[in-house]
Design a protein around this ligand. Structure first.
Ligand code: ZN
Ligand code: ZN
Length: 373
């Protein structure tokens, strides 16, 4: 049978550049791959011839001999002798980019085992007091996480021994199952893709290479942090297998409710009870702050229950680093529930005066009431 011209097979002119040869072959290999043309003998043959043509034309020395003497010129020249598709792709896999096998391109990837799995991420809760939120805090948390085993330094093999090459896959981590003309790759079931197996496992970690370990981790919490914030501590999760990167640690921030303070954004709200005489006459009150000190606040005469006095700069710092909130003093006027006889006497006297001297709010209320009825 006469052999077809290599340039014809790849649809190229005699002066085709290396780049053109590569591109043309790539296109044909993808088009005529048997997985895309199941049972199609013709496609299989084209696919094989294209590989053969590419092998010669991509090699300057072989191409020169072929150009000069045709197929005859290649006699005695060593050929790779492709036995199956796997060989073809092993030989020319680099032109498919990324070093990946063409099977990954067809099967959507994933036939090769990934043995270096990243460590798991962990989550924990951190409970803060208002005082800690105001200043920022260094918290030490203790968690148990899978860490590199100290006994075997993560190899999983008993001290004094080391993992050996998997005899089943000869260290490749995958096995090739030949099915007729082409080959399927599967992860080696014996070593699970590791390529190495442990004959005598480490006692402490049972050959896992990782074992649970209590760890203390310092977490610095910025001042002004809000309830529900999640802090990410990079690399403080569990250790990865086979030296892979560790996971991260996520800390969920919670703020313990305070007995006298409430929070609104960066402001701190404090309800402050005063007597009705203090409200009527005005007074000075000492209001607590989250810094632990008291701040003296002047209450003007005639303040009403529910009025708010604001003390700038006594709130939480902004977590973004600029400015501070206010301390908002919510005034609650308390009406006495028990009176001494002397207090009652004075109040009755006050009450008589009140009828003659009606307060502004009452005045407008009764005026509106009159119009309403
Ligand atoms: Zn161990
Ligand atoms: Zn194996």
């Amino acid at each position: 049978m006469k052999k077809e011209d290599f340039y014809n097979i790849l649809g190229l002119k005699r002066d085709a550049s290396q780049d053109e040869i590569k591109r043309s072959y790539r296109k044909m290999a993808l088009k005529y791959h048997p997985d895309k043309n199941p049972g199609d003998k013709k496609a299989e043959n084209i696919f094989k011839s294209a590989a053969e043509a590419y092998e010669v034309l991509s090699d300057p020395e072989k191409r020169r001999r072929y150009d000069q003497f045709g197929h005859e010129g290649l006699k005695g020249v060593e050929s790779r002798g492709f036995g199956n598709f796997e060989d073809i792709f092993d030989a020319f896999g680099d032109i498919f980019g990324g070093g990946g096998s063409i099977f990954e391109e067809f099967f959507g990837g994933g036939t090769r085992a990934k043995t270096a799995r990243r460590g798991a991420s962990l989550r924990c809760d951190i409970l803060l007091d208002f005082e800690e939120v105001a200043k920022g805090a260094e918290k030490t948390i203790e968690i148990t996480k899978r860490s590199v085993c100290e006994e075997c330094r993560g190899t999983g093999a008993r001290k004094g021994t080391s993992p050996v090459t998997c005899p089943y896959c000869k260290g490749k981590g995958e096995i090739h199952q030949r099915q007729g003309f082409f080959t399927l790759r599967t992860t080696c079931p014996k070593c699970k893709g590791n390529g190495r197996i442990i004959e005598t496992p480490c006692d402490r970690c049972n050959g896992q290479g990782l074992c649970p370990k209590k760890s203390k981790i310092k977490v610095s919490v910025p001042a002004g942090i809000e309830e529900g914030t999640r802090l990410r501590i990079s690399g403080q999760g569990e250790s990865g297998e086979n030296g892979a990167h560790p996971g991260d640690l996520y800390c969920d921030i919670h703020i313990r409710p305070h007995s006298i303070f409430k929070r609104h954004d960066c402001d701190i709200i404090c309800e402050f009870p005063i007597t009705f005489t203090q409200a009527a006459l005005g007074c000075n009150i000492d209001v607590p702050t989250v810094s632990g000190k008291y701040v003296n606040v002047e209450v003007p005469a005639g303040i009403q229950s529910g009025d708010t006095l604001s003390v700038k700069g006594e709130g939480f710092p902004s977590v973004r680093g600029y400015g501070k909130g206010s301390l908002l003093v919510h005034i609650v006027v308390e009406i006495p529930t028990k009176l001494t006889p002397r207090q009652e006497e004075l109040l009755r006297e006050f009450s008589e005066l009140e009828h003659k001297n009606v307060t502004p709010k009452r005045k407008s209320f009764f005026k509106k009431l009159k119009e309403y009825l």
